[in-house]
Design a protein around this ligand. Structure first.
Ligand code: ATP
Length: 262
């Protein structure tokens, strides 16, 4: 399907998801345009993963509706138009790193393009791990393979849930830069969940700010920091101001700490 910049690709309308007595999402509406990079921040348990899983067709709504390219998300998923990276990597244990990266393309009926897959792994610092199995790799390396796999799939929409959670700080920045490069070179739409406000501002065109109990959107911030953004961008006053503004919104909406484990 051909898209134009500005067309809504992800449309979430009054989405409510309830798990027994937990209102994980309370009437959440969100529209993401073609080519947009939207980041989602919020406290633990505010429904970020539930939102992403709903957009990925992995969680049924209690009420409301999700559309991807105008269709239920399951259609986009089946057509290989949705790439998904979760907090834990979900690699196939019986396949090597390279085979993991090419396999989703094969499943989607596309040329596996092993040469390009190998290049991507090398660029992600995994040149020595191309033929290794997940059990031979660290958690962070597996996570990087999963990110490379999602980018190699070539899906027009990418859903990423804390994809850098297991990475050390420098690798985290390197992977963020490579996701940004790959996004800039394509017309890909990205919905990206993170706990890190600086990461949300570094990556996003817009930052969706959520609060918990019940899970809901409390602010939508257009990021005014110009692109291209790189490591040094994080040292600029404009960047610091935007991060501070979002942290203020998070603090204002923080629920009273009634849970001893929080
Ligand atoms: N399958 C489930 N069954 C019951 N409760 C669930 C289920 N999935 C999520 N929840 C609850 O729904 C709420 C939102 O969870 P969710 O994982 O979406 O939050 P989150 O913002 O992604 O959290 P985190 O940042 O810690 O990953 C939480 O209270 C969680 O305990």
């Amino acid at each position: 399907m051909s898209r134009r910049q500005g067309d809504a690709v992800i449309d979430v309308t009054e989405l409510t998801v309830r798990f027994d007595d937990v209102l994980a999402l309370d009437s959440v509406s969100l529209s993401v345009d073609a080519g947009e990079f939207v980041t989602v921040v919020g406290p633990s348990g505010c429904g970020k993963t539930t939102l992403l899983r709903s957009v990925g067709g992995l969680q049924s709504p209690t009420a409301g509706e999700v559309r991807v390219d105008g269709d239920p998300p399951e259609s986009a998923q089946a057509a290989g138009d949705l790439g998904v990276v979760f907090q834990s990597h979900t690699l196939f244990p019986w396949k090597t790193a390279l085979e993991n990266v090419t396999f989703l393309r094969e499943l989607a009926g596309r040329d596996p393009d092993r040469d390009r897959a190998r290049e991507r792994l090398v660029a992600a610092g995994l040149g020595g791990a191309v033929d290794a199995y997940p059990r031979e790799l660290s958690g962070g390396m597996c996570q990087r393979v999963a990110i490379v796999r999602a980018m190699h799939l070539g899906a027009s929409t990418l859903l990423m849930d804390e994809p850098f959670g297991e990475l050390d700080e420098l690798t985290r920045y390197d992977m963020a830069a490579s996701v940004l490069d790959s996004w800039r070179d394509s017309d890909r739409t990205v919905l990206f969940v993170t706990h890190s406000v600086p990461e949300a501002v570094l990556l996003g065109d817009r930052v969706i700010v959520m609060a918990d109990d019940p899970g809901r959107i409390v602010d939508r911030v257009s990021v005014s920091v110009p692109r291209p953004r790189e490591e040094a961008t994080m040292d600029t006053p404009a960047f610091a101001d935007q991060v501070a503004d979002i942290r203020r919104v998070l603090r204002q909406n923080r629920t009273e700490d009634t849970h001893p484990d929080r």
